[in-house]
Write a protein that binds this ligand. Structure first.
Ligand code: F6R
Length: 275
């Protein structure tokens, strides 16, 4: 976690690879400082470069995940965790199978829970039992969604069962053998749950995210853009590539603020070393 009290920070980097590396660097810093930290993780294409870099850090630098606990944001329902479209499968394939994490400490909502409503409550309890989430990684949807909290979701929502929109179900149909196998629901952390993480990093890359990013950072706080709720969080960092940042009105200012903050930190460090 960066030093001092902050509010919202916007970091703009050249491309998706750099965004992934910066996120991984911050996660690794937390793991080294607090080996038994609790991470909140996301699926989707955006965090893949970050997970790739974490795997490299584990293999080449010995980054140790053996005491880390993770909670994923969401999962389809119903879905077999062994199904290649399940978020559990995604996490195993893209991260967990390649690092020394104890799988029993990797939580993803269970796609075959007999009672998903009960399971959602149980999931919230597990987060509390683990001491809360130290650092939550988020992606953002084109419409500003975070996790499966689509526009219109309550800003106070908790982990719960959501009905997927017909469009999402139709879009997912191509990944399943039979139409009746396509999940109609999801279990997702709520916006209120996400806001309780001690620190949040939202990653966004590509031009397709530019509108959602601009609304989330510079628009009003509104349920119509769930990511705008992050403006209420005391410690949130948006790590963006140039394309995702392209519609921010105050883009140059954010870059300037970041450069100045880095310069100040360097100055303080040098002064400390001289002392
Ligand atoms: C994933 C999740 C989603 C994604 C979002 C962006 O667990 O909760 O909200 O973060 O849909 O997805 P990508 O990164 O594929 O553009």
């Amino acid at each position: 976690m960066a030093r001092g009290l902050r509010s919202m920070e916007v970091i703009i980097l050249p491309d998706a690879e750099a965004v992934g590396k910066e996120a991984a660097r911050r996660i690794a810093e937390l793991i080294r400082r607090k080996p038994n930290c609790v991470l909140g993780l996301a699926t989707g294409s955006t965090p893949i470069p970050c997970y790739r870099e974490l795997i490299r850090m584990h293999k080449e630098e010995g980054l140790d995940f053996s005491h880390v606990t993770t909670f994923n944001l969401d999962e389809y329902y119903p879905i077999d965790p062994r199904h290649p479209q399940s978020y559990r499968y995604f996490m195993d394939e893209n991260l967990f199978n390649h690092i020394n994490i104890d799988k029993s400490r990797t939580f993803v909502p269970y796609g075959l829970a007999p009672d998903p409503y009960e399971h959602a409550e149980w999931y919230e309890e597990q987060i509390k039992k683990a001491g809360g989430i130290d650092l939550q990684i988020l992606g953002i949807g084109h419409n500003g969604h975070i996790a499966f909290n689509e526009p219109g979701s309550s800003l106070a929502s908790r982990t719960r069962v959501k009905t997927l929109t017909r469009e999402t179900i139709e879009a997912n149909a191509r990944f399943f053998d039979r139409p009746e196998d396509v999940p109609r629901y999801a279990i997702t952390m709520g916006i209120g749950t996400i806001l309780e993480a001690r620190e949040i990093i939202l990653l966004a890359t590509g031009e397709g995210k530019a509108d959602a990013v601009a609304k989330a950072i510079e628009g009003p706080v509104t349920t119509m853009c769930p990511a705008s709720a992050l403006q209420l969080h005391p410690r949130v960092t948006f790590i963006l590539d140039e394309a995702a940042a392209s519609k921010l009105q105050r883009k140059d200012y954010y870059k300037y603020v970041h450069e100045m903050a880095e310069a100040l930190k360097k100055q303080i460090l040098e002064a400390r070393m001289r002392a």
